[in-house]
Design a binder for this molecule. Sequence first.
Ligand code: FAD
Length: 351
Amino acid sequence: MKIYEDLPLSTKTTIALGGKAKYFIECETTEEIFQAIDFSRNKNLPFYILSGGSNIVFPDIDLKIVIINIQTKGVSKAENGNDVILECQSGENWDSLVEYCNSEGLAGIECLSGIPGYVGSTPIQNVGAYGQEVKDVIQSVRCIDIEKKELKIFSNEECEFDYRQSRFKGRDKGKYIITSVVLKFSKNKEPEIKYPELSKSIEINPQYNKSTEIKEKLSIIRNTVISIRKQKSMVIDPNVRNTKSCGSFFTNPILEADKFSKFISDNKNLNPPYYKFQQSFKIPAAWLIEKSGFYKGYRYKGVGISNNHTLALVNYEGTSEQLMEFSSKIIDAVEDKFSIKLSPEPEIYQI
Ligand SMILES: Cc1cc2nc3c(=O)[nH]c(=O)nc-3n(C[C@H](O)[C@H](O)[C@H](O)COP(=O)(O)OP(=O)(O)OC[C@H]3O[C@@H](n4cnc5c(N)ncnc54)[C@H](O)[C@@H]3O)c2cc1C
């Protein structure tokens, strides 16, 4: 394993924020992860797991911690009748896995193209985009139980997946290190497009309508998703300032029926958009933010709202402190206007 000292976390996060970590350890095997845990215990320092750094905000100050950076690689494939089972090590790049599945004709994650980060992080917040969620293909998640220092497997059901949520982000936060994710696909499954913005773009693509090949259809969907995401600065590009973010900074709030009715009747004149979600209703956080006085391109000190996506807070040479101040300003404004409290989507490292 490689150990670095005093490494600036701003170089390891997509939002490019964070002070130095006392130790930063790259682990290429599960054994090395166990060794890194021992290292931190011997140094009497807490440790923190970091993968691709695309959903985490570290504070500006230097941290006396050990960062365990997951770099385990490998994808194994098995077939069982019509099922194709892939076991992917946590340090694999997520988008490369999507590309691989598309090239194998395996439908189910093509709409999750262009999401940064590693495979092992995807179950944590049940990543989702354009009508797909990773939970729909996860068969099981393999982990290290940190306290017991032993391996554990969770079935899909046991992961307690929900909208941008799982047991790993909820009641068991910080308890497990995910070492691999097992995904299940069906052979010859036709892609399904559920998201209206995406289906509109695909429907007008003559190549898609002519195509009889699943692989070709998946490749068209992937390219379309990436092109839509690029227009919103949602594909990491070091040359595009608006991509210095954690993606969406807030989740879409979910209101139960009674709170939803009150929200709609209080705001009849604004005609709020909403989506039915299970027995409740999802309100687009971007709409709430815009109606509370913020807009694309809004700047606050060295940070601001992306020019291309209201939900993305961007670091334009600012600090974590400024980012958190700005996020609080938005949360307070939305709460004052709509009595709805927005929740940040990325992990905010607590000192
Ligand atoms: C431009 C951009 C676009 C994005 N678009 C989307 C999107 O469309 N949909 C979506 O859902 N998300 C999106 N995200 C958020 C983010 O990419 C995902 O949440 C991603 O899965 C995070 O992966 P990561 O490897 O970067 O995790 P990190 O940021 O490294 O870690 C995130 C959290 O997970 C924990 N963690 C990481 N790996 C492990 C592990 N192996 N075991 C235990 N804990 C672990 C960390 O401790 C941390 O708390 C976007 C982010 C950006 C920057």
